[in-house]
Design a protein around this ligand. Structure first.
Ligand SMILES: [Zn+2]
Length: 146
């Protein structure tokens, strides 16, 4: 018996939801809101489907045609944070640098950088990202590069 697509995607993603970053129980019913489902990051782009991702059924964005959102945590002190998925899509299409947030202090920027790199290691494991912190304008700018 071959593996189902769900098992294949779930195993690849270590049974963690690509949107909320929390574990997904492979044994839960697919009809349960916390149950597993397959989502797609670039599923709405014409012609070409992107890699399939594991999501909780309630987090899944494909069927509702809702734009996926990966939230910045409230614990970080970031001002005008860039949308994470939009930024990743942009850097996937074309390597470069994007200013993703302003922070009031160097320590805040370092916290945000550490969180972002850890989050991106699961959100887009195929891409190698780096961050830098630039001071200016009375604050600290967090820049993401690939
Ligand atoms: Zn989820």
């Amino acid at each position: 018996m071959g593996m189902s697509k769900l098992d294949e995607v779930g195993d690849r993603e270590s049974w963690r939801c690509w949107l909320c970053d929390e574990p997904v129980d492979p044994n839960m019913s697919v009809n349960d809101p916390r149950g597993p489902s397959v989502d797609g990051i670039f599923a709405t782009k014409k012609g070409k489907g992107g890699p399939e991702r594991l999501a909780h059924r309630a987090c899944n964005t494909k069927k509702g045609a809702v734009a996926p959102v990966v939230p910045w945590p409230d614990s970080l002190f970031v001002i005008d944070p860039a949308p994470i998925i939009g930024t990743v899509e942009r850097l996937t299409r074309k390597p470069g640098r994007v200013a993703v947030a302003r922070c009031p202090s160097q320590a805040d920027a370092e916290d945000a950088s550490a969180w972002l790199l850890d989050r991106l290691s699961r959100l887009a494991p195929e891409l190698a990202f780096e961050t830098s912190i630039e001071s200016g304008g009375g604050g600290f700018l967090l820049v993401l590069r690939r």
